[in-house]
Design a protein around this ligand. Structure first.
Ligand SMILES: *Cc1c(COP(=O)(O)O)cnc(C)c1O
Length: 387
């Protein structure tokens, strides 16, 4: 049973449903993200062994992903990353059950590869001719890689002050780069305009349904690596929130499949104090997050002043009994070095942020030292070198 069990798309806010085998962006009614739904009843009758394929990549979950024809799968070996026991960091924090999900081993050096591998494979399947993506960081390189593999045209909209390695990577991978005088919000606006003009796909975070599906595989992998016993706490560096929302979706799907029980991890969104819209909205008790003015942080993946999926992130944090916390750039950079020295991982600043946040939450007693905690190192530190 390896073919996709995708049945339809459902709006995450208004609940309207849409045919799955047509190209959609956000909900035509309310402009919020569409979620892919599967025939989990049928899947429940099959054993886990039959549903999970032998691939070492995320494509072992093909039945629970949207690509119907295996011929459309574009792979560079994404997913299947290690869950590392952080013994030396754990010893220093007196936390014997501390783990790091090491996402920098993905193609193009970040977990963005997961989402874009799935989204662009599906785009190829649905006959897309061109694509656009606004990005000031890792999403651009990942999109460029899979667009190249698909033979599809990709326009990347980047702020003119984007760090040189991100730009060089996109160009090397054959994407058409458009440098924009302005912030990522400007880039997003221009990208969207071009996409609408030409009938191309806008790959912006949560503006099409399938990047989320790629990212949810982190949840499946984590459960499998922990022998179907989810951890107590997950710390996730949150920008657009796809990974956090995606993992939560995976947990719900796995529960419906009967693979896991009702217990869920407390989900923690970690942001930088230079751009913390989700943290502010969470503690204010708001359903949506107001845009953050003057967003500034070295952690490019966290520089998201306004997320379309804000309410999904906030719902997830609350439903899980989790929290949201912001750490200053100095603290996340220090923690990046700390992770390097202790565990041999040259983390991205976003990954460092999760460790900095862990330290605070542990000192506050919000996390108990005996709990099983997973940090996400979402990318490699190599692309953030001063140039
Ligand atoms: C994009 C990105 C993030 C944020 O991811 P979301 O799932 O959009 O919240 C975190 N870390 C890195 C390295 C990123 O590139």
């Amino acid at each position: 049973m390896r073919s996709s069990l995708l049945t339809h798309l459902e709006c995450s806010l208004c609940g309207r449903t849409y045919e799955a085998d047509r190209l959609w962006q956000t909900c035509p009614d309310c402009d919020r993200p569409l979620l892919a739904r599967y025939d989990l009843e049928a899947a429940r009758r099959l054993s886990r062994q039959r549903l999970i394929g032998p691939e070492p990549s995320l494509w072992c979950y093909q039945a629970l992903l949207p690509v119907r024809d295996p011929a459309h799968i574009l792979t560079l070996g994404e997913g299947g990353t290690p869950l590392l026991h952080a013994r030396r960091l754990g010893a220093e924090l007196s936390m014997p059950h501390l783990y790091i999900k090491e996402e920098s081993l993905n193609p193009t050096g970040s977990f963005k590869a997961r989402g874009l591998a799935v989204a662009i494979s599906r785009a190829l399947e649905l006959g897309v001719r061109g694509m656009v993506i606004p990005s000031a960081g890792n999403a651009a390189g990942a999109a460029a890689a899979y667009a190249a593999r698909a033979g599809l045209h990709l326009y990347v909209f980047m702020p003119r002050d984007v760090p040189a390695p991100f730009l060089a990577e996109c160009r090397a991978l054959g994407a058409e780069v458009v440098l924009v005088d302005g912030l990522i919000t400007e880039c997003a606006r221009e990208a969207r305009r071009l996409a609408q003009e030409h009938g191309w796909l806008d790959l912006s975070t949560l503006r099409e349904p399938y990047r989320l599906e790629g990212k949810k595989t982190m949840g499946y992998e984590l459960a499998r690596q922990m022998r179907w016993e989810l951890p107590d706490v997950i710390l996730y560096p949150t920008g657009g929130g796809t990974g956090l929302v995606g993992m939560w979706k995976a947990f719900e799907e796995m529960a419906q499949l009967g693979w896991i029980g009702e217990r869920r991890p407390r989900m923690v969104a970690v942001q930088s104090t230079g751009c913390a819209p989700i943290v502010r909205a969470f503690h204010a008790g708001d359903e949506f997050a107001a845009p953050w003015d003057g967003a500034q942080t070295v952690a490019a993946g966290l520089r998201v002043p306004a997320a379309v999926g804000d309410f999904l992130i906030l719902r997830t944090l609350r439903a899980s009994g989790g929290t949201a916390i912001a750490v200053p750039d100095e603290a996340l950079l220090e923690a990046q070095q700390w992770m390097g020295r202790k565990e041999g991982i040259f983390a991205c600043p976003e990954g460092g942020a999760t460790l900095a946040a862990l330290k605070v939450l542990r000192d506050q007693g919000w996390i108990d030292p005996e709990e099983r905690v997973v940090l996400f190192n979402t990318g490699s530190g190599l692309k953030y070198l001063p140039s």
